[in-house]
Design a protein. Structure first.
Length: 114
């Protein structure tokens, strides 16, 4: 199955209501890279769960391990922004993997810079 899209919303002074995406540990996730994108992860489960942000190979083609961020039980984490030389995949996305999806929702916000 293809990765599940995490829909991004643009922050506004009038407020936004991000639409959360339910965690999917089977197909994993992606979102379109933008310079100001921030991944918001909510964990309503009683256990801590890890989120892996997939890194691209370095300039010499050497694979890099994913960046792992622990999301404690009943808490939230904001992760980002994402350096394109480290996280931008060939298809223009950032890849997000979950090992456990129980109680996990994800969203992406982007704050325009003026």
């Amino acid at each position: 199955m293809p990765r599940a899209l995490i829909a991004a919303v643009t922050d506004s002074v009038t407020g936004v209501n991000p639409t959360p995406t339910s965690g999917n540990a089977t197909d994993d996730h992606y979102f379109p890279w933008t310079p100001n994108a921030v991944l918001e992860v909510h964990n309503t489960d009683g256990s801590s769960h890890d989120v892996d942000i997939v890194r691209v190979a370095d300039s010499e083609g050497t694979a890099r391990a994913a960046r792992t961020v622990a999301v404690p039980a009943d808490s939230n984490r904001r992760i980002g922004p994402f350096d394109p030389s480290v996280y931008l995949q060939d298809d223009g996305s950032v890849y997000v993997n979950l090992t456990v999806a129980t109680g996990m929702t994800l969203g992406v916000t982007s704050t325009p810079r003026t």
